[in-house]
Design a protein around this ligand. Structure first.
Ligand code: CMP
Length: 138
């Protein structure tokens, strides 16, 4: 089934000039970039985006990290895009990620793990609507 998912390239990766390399891995996997932009989240925006993690001990650090530099947001489309992109990202902790995944290749640690991907089609719809307007999405 053709799906859409949200990709974020996080501050550790944008700071190391890895935007092109990561987008290239995504396109190489057969996923199509339907929308794309670079932005810097405010604390309030980051807190809202990660609201599901509000009770987790790493929440405040995560907000600080995600607002420490620019991010890139992209809508990806393709066959089973949510699962396909999660496989390409690899495990949340890069120490556990498979060879050839984005996180194994580029992530620094569990927090600075270079990329985010929606974990379900339902959350993909919520996250893409948060990051993009209908006008930007083609
Ligand atoms: P992400 O997939 O964007 O979702 C939540 C983020 O919190 C995760 O990637 C990591 O960047 C960060 N994080 C920091 N510590 C942890 C942790 N202990 N478990 C899961 N995620 C963590």
């Amino acid at each position: 089934m053709i799906e859409r998912t949200l990709c974020l390239i996080k501050p550790d990766a944008t700071k190391r000039n890895l935007i092109g390399a990561i987008l290239s891995m995504i396109e190489g996997k057969g996923l199509t970039i339907k929308a794309l932009k670079k932005l810097k989240l405010t604390k309030e925006q980051a807190a809202t985006f990660y609201i599901v993690h509000k009770e987790r001990p790493f929440y405040n650090d995560l907000i600080n990290y995600m607002t420490s530099g620019p991010i890139v947001a992209a809508i990806l489309e393709g066959e089973n895009a949510v699962k396909a992109y999660r496989e390409l990202m690899g495990a949340t902790n890069p120490e556990n990620a498979e060879q050839g995944t984005i996180r194994k290749t580029y992530a620094l640690n569990l927090e600075a793990n270079s990329v985010h991907g929606s974990d379900s089609p339902e959350n993909a719809a919520i996250e893409t609507a948060f990051m993009f307007s209908g006008l930007e999405n083609c």
